[in-house]
Design a protein. Structure first.
Length: 267
């Protein structure tokens, strides 16, 4: 699909969170392909190295089934290794601690608005180190906020990141157009400032291939905010899935395998 230029920039209706109950169905559907992968002979770990980044409020345990599936298909898949993804609010920092690549505007009162950029800098360091260890660029797969972090790491690491696959990730506005907006507003964060800083980054486009997997029925990230209107090498794939279940959804696993160029199947 091409990006929907007319999609409104707004958070999902609060009642849409009810649709996230489908995560149980996604997890149930996951069992068949996961069992099939387990029964097949494990392929040697020779294919492209992959780092899978968890979403807000989750850690590497969430991405374990997907990583296990990728490993069974010969990919060198690993977690991000940075613990719980709390959008950086748990990391002490100031605006002066950000890498120069952010070029953020100064603030009189700072309430942690750049916590995600600060966390992203840690991701950049991690990805750069792992790519150097492998001796080749990595593919980054990120769910939700993890996808945003993967995108920004790719922007800063054009030679260390091969491609990016995002699952229901906010591309526009940061938390402003997501169900998590209230969490950040309660911390007195200026969401308009965050949105402006995110938009400024697009002056330096991500040149690597991006596959943005999106769901019109996503109950957490707004449909318009999940689409990328800036990157020159982005491809959008629409799959009907719950936001919370994207990491377990077999249709999404099939798409990931196709993007990675594998001949294996999860049918």
């Amino acid at each position: 699909m091409t990006a929907d230029q007319n999609a409104p920039l707004q958070a999902p209706n609060p009642l849409a969170i009810i649709r996230e109950a489908r995560v149980g169905l996604d997890m149930a559907k996951m069992l068949l392909p996961l069992t099939g992968a387990q029964l097949r002979p494990r392929l040697p770990a020779q294919r492209t190295p992959i780092m899978v980044l968890p979403g807000f409020g989750s850690d590497d345990r969430y991405t374990l089934p997907l990583r296990h599936f990728l490993k069974r298909n010969g990919y060198r898949a690993e977690g991000w290794g940075l613990g719980m993804n709390l959008a950086g609010v748990n990391l002490e920092h100031s605006l002066d601690d950000l890498r120069d690549t952010w070029e953020v505007d100064a603030r009189d009162a700072y309430n942690g608005e750049a916590s995600v950029p600060y966390l992203c800098d840690r991701v950049v360091e991690r990805v750069a180190a792992r790519a150097e260890s492998y001796g080749e660029p990595m593919t980054l797969i990120g769910w939700s906020l993890g996808g945003y972090l993967a995108r920004e790491a790719a922007r800063d690491l054009p030679t260390a990141v091969k491609q990016v696959i995002t699952l229901g990730s906010p591309t526009v506005g940061g938390p402003k157009y997501t169900a998590a907006a209230g969490f950040f507003r309660k911390r007195q964060m200026d969401l308009d400032w965050i949105e402006r800083e995110i938009t400024k980054r697009e002056a330096r486009p991500i040149m690597q291939p991006i596959t943005a997997i999106v769901s019109r029925s996503d109950g957490v990230v707004g449909w318009g905010a999940a689409q990328d209107h800036f990157s020159p090498n982005v491809r959008h794939v629409e799959i009907d899935a719950s936001h919370l279940g994207m990491g377990f959804n077999p249709a999404i696993w099939r798409e990931i395998i196709a993007v990675l160029g594998s001949e294996s199947s999860i049918d």
